[in-house]
Design a protein around this ligand. Sequence first.
Ligand code: NDP
Length: 258
Amino acid sequence: MKRLAGKAALVTGAGRGIGAAIALAFAREGASVVLAELDIDTAQQTAAHIKAQTGARVLAVRTDVTQSASVQQAVSEAEQAFGAVDVLVNNAGINVFCDPLTMTDDDWRRCFAVDLDGVWNGCRAVLPGMVERGTGSIVNIASTHAFKIIPGCFPYPVAKHGVIGLTRALGIEYAPRNVRVNAIAPGYIETQLTHDWWNEQPDPAAAQQATLDLQPMKRIGRPEEVAMTAVFLASDEAPFINASCITVDGGRSALYHD
Ligand code: NDP
């Protein structure tokens, strides 16, 4: 029996990176999957790839998580196609790394619009159905920035701390209705986002090496390694895990260093 057989899942920002890996892992485990993604071309390409690999039912819907009506529309399309949304993964996120005092108001708003409002918009759209059916699992992709601070990365960690707060608050609110809300805190994962960050540094190769040097496992993570944890939290193997956060960082955030 596949671990997500009979379930329908909506994954935001699923066109590439961690979201695409989660969508593929869910499909492999028998779920029908909706890729809710800003860039519809990428979403459709990824959807076609997942379909070809797994034979699962896959739908790509253009979605901007910063707009509640857009997320609501994606959920409506998912419900029309698959009957319900049993699992939501709020994955879409952007890096906004600034110095607090030179940051613009727009930087602040852009960060919160995607990294925190986007997560709430997703939760708000699926919760009524989950509460009514008395079952559901929401997985929010946070970050190790949700509990550790690196200077110069403001305000991303502020928004990611908020994701943990939202996860815990909603997990408690809806626990009596058997709706679980959890988070995953990835460390460095090999995606476009990470390469973009390295490439923005004055010496990208040195920045990449410095990242690797501080990894206890001497490598960064792979999107599939976050996806495995998402499958677990979404599945019926985690029925008593709620309002929690699982760190997937190879031990990096436990390492003390000068
Ligand atoms: P990527 O940038 O590779 O992928 C993010 C995806 O989200 C892109 O497809 C992007 O679409 C989409 N997206 C961006 N804005 C929106 C929006 N407003 N509405 C819908 N989709 C949107 O990122 P990762 O896969 O690396 O990151 C995924 C999540 O994991 C994020 O929340 C990130 O903060 C978190 N994370 C990542 C880590 C890492 O090391 N990679 C570490 C810790 C956390 P488009 O390309 O069109 O903009």
